[in-house]
Design a binder for this molecule. Structure first.
Ligand SMILES: NC(=O)c1ccc[n+]([C@@H]2O[C@H](COP(=O)([O-])OP(=O)(O)OC[C@H]3O[C@@H](n4cnc5c(N)ncnc54)[C@H](O)[C@@H]3O)[C@@H](O)[C@H]2O)c1
Length: 281
């Protein structure tokens, strides 16, 4: 999509962090933007801030882990802007817990927000992008954790799912004039470590998971690294450039590239181990 001016984008998790960075970069490029978020106060502030720059933007509150709410947000987008060209499935939560600490509710919250909402976003907005025939772009925010797994299993599973979905969809939608990109950020300076502020009520009331000093130290260290991470405004600019040039993968820096290479090397070693054997069929 070389000419973004005058197009319309729908962005989830747009009230803060990476989503707001993307909304700002697109609005500055002349894109009309519907910002969607669960946090009403932050959303109002973000929309007011962009409107003050004469951007053509609106906000819609929705918990995207509920399909009906996402559908209503899509209806509101059409009512306000008539068409949608760019879908940015960005909202996400760092939840789920590691081995020995996870709960069903934690897995469900993480998978519903990080993966199901992406699936629903594509189901709901895909046909809306197709129907005007002007082409479009679907960008989904995964993570570098969608390519390499550490602890935080539910999060990793959700993000591998977003990478897998984007890779497959890119092939399926190429012939329909819709590009598909997956954003795999490294460490970005956002409120991701405070994701529990948006825990929907239906996932509350679980038994508290025991904190050990080692886990607390790990969380404190991660907070510090996120605080020193990449500027979300810069990530927004990268995403704008990726939409213009239909990049399949969007990375925010090369910090984790050696770990991705290590994973590929491990996979290759798996093939090397059996390469000379004759499979029994
Ligand atoms: N910050 C990082 O270092 C980093 C790294 C890799 C991937 N990511 C991914 O980037 C995306 C954006 O996160 P961020 O880092 O900007 O964090 P953030 O917490 O600053 O922003 C996330 C936004 O999503 C919204 N949100 C959360 N649950 C929602 C729901 N159910 N419905 C609607 N909106 C909801 C929040 O209100 C918030 O505005 C996420 O998918 C996250 O997993 C972040």
């Amino acid at each position: 999509m070389k000419d973004l001016a005058g197009k319309t984008a729908f962005i989830t998790g747009a009230a803060s962090g990476i989503g707001l960075g993307i909304a700002t970069a697109l609005a500055q490029a002349g894109v009309k933007v519907m910002l969607c978020d669960i946090e009403a106060a932050a959303l109002d502030k973000a929309v007011a801030g962009l409107k003050a720059t004469n951007a053509d933007v609106e906000g819609v509150v929705a918990d995207i882990s509920v399909r009906e709410e996402l559908q209503k947000a899509a209806d509101a987008t059409l009512a306000r802007f008539d068409e949608v060209h760019i879908l940015v499935n960005n909202a996400g939560v760092g939840g789920g817990g590691s081995y020995g600490r996870w709960s069903d509710a934690g897995w469900r919250w993480t998978l519903d927000v990080n993966l199901w909402a992406v699936i629903w976003g594509i189901e709901i907005f895909g046909p809306l992008i197709e129907r005007h025939g002007q082409g479009g772009q679907i960008v989904s925010t995964a993570s570098i954790a969608g390519l390499i797994s550490g602890s935080g299993n539910a999060y990793n599973v959700s993000k591998y799912g977003v990478v897998a979905l984007s890779e497959g969809l890119r092939l399926e939608l190429a012939g329909r004039g819709i590009g598909v990109s997956v954003l795999c950020p490294g460490l970005v300076r956002t409120q991701i470590m405070d994701s529990a502020r948006n825990l929907p009520e239906r996932f509350e009331g679980q038994a508290p998971t025991p904190m050990t000093p080692a886990i607390e130290a790990g969380i404190a260290q991660m907070r510090e690294r996120i605080a020193g991470g990449v500027d979300p405004a810069y990530v927004g600019e990268l995403v704008r450039e990726a939409i213009e040039n239909d990049w399949p993968y969007i990375f925010t820096d090369a910090e984790f590239e050696p770990f991705v290479e290590m994973r590929f090397a491990n996979i290759k070693a798996g093939f090397d181990r059996i390469r000379d054997r004759t499979p029994v069929r």
